[in-house]
Design a binder for this molecule. Structure first.
Ligand SMILES: [Zn+2]
Length: 196
């Protein structure tokens, strides 16, 4: 049984859509330790993603399944996001890659580019389809304060995970995945890119 961190049930009305201007604004730094309102935003992000992946809570797909969410998508333009990636192991067990970052920064990037072969999706992009490859750095170094670990972390991330982080980091700068898609040729790929 899923245990929520705050007392409201995740609901689709929580999500700010890309038709709302605040989603295209930049976010501000978060003061630590978290004030009540910021902590509630963090808890709402964690609850949304966990509930969306919970087969019992979301049995009827009442909310859209997500692997990551950023604070401006859920009501406040502050530098925080949450990522919960289920990774299937060879023996069929699942390992969760989980980070709740406050004031995250990408401090290093590979020149190598990677992109997801089917493109990207977003909880805040539902009114219009935006298809195409989204070029990202294959490898990044991220620093930030992890709410769950209660300490500063420094992460080196590659491949699919790195793409998810860059998608969420973009939200803090008012950017959406489709801003990176080649307008003339959406599925254009360079032969040096890694397509995942
Ligand atoms: Zn998004």
């Amino acid at each position: 049984m899923l245990k929520l961190l705050q007392n409201e049930n995740p609901d689709s009305s929580w999500i700010t859509q890309d038709t709302t201007k605040t989603l295209l604004d930049t976010c501000s730094e978060v003061v630590l330790p978290l004030i009540n309102n910021d902590e509630n935003i963090m808890k709402k992000m964690i609850d949304w993603v966990k509930a969306s992946q919970d087969s019992e809570f979301n049995a009827n797909n009442v909310i859209t399944e997500a692997i990551g969410i950023a604070a401006p998508q859920i009501g406040k333009n502050v530098n925080m996001y949450y990522i919960l990636l289920p990774i299937l192991n060879k023996d069929e067990t699942i390992t969760y890659y989980e980070h709740a970052l406050i004031n995250p920064k990408i401090i290093g990037r590979s020149e190598q580019i990677a992109a997801l072969k089917k493109g990207e999706g977003c909880l805040s992009v539902t009114t219009k389809h935006h298809e195409g490859l989204v070029p990202r750095s294959y490898k990044i170094k991220v620093t930030g304060f992890d709410y769950l670990k209660n300490k500063k972390v420094s992460l080196t991330i590659r491949g699919y995970e790195a793409i998810v982080f860059q998608h969420e980091q973009d939200h803090l700068e008012g950017k959406l995945f489709y801003h990176h898609i080649n307008k003339e040729n959406p599925w254009h790929s360079n032969e040096e890119w890694i397509i995942i």
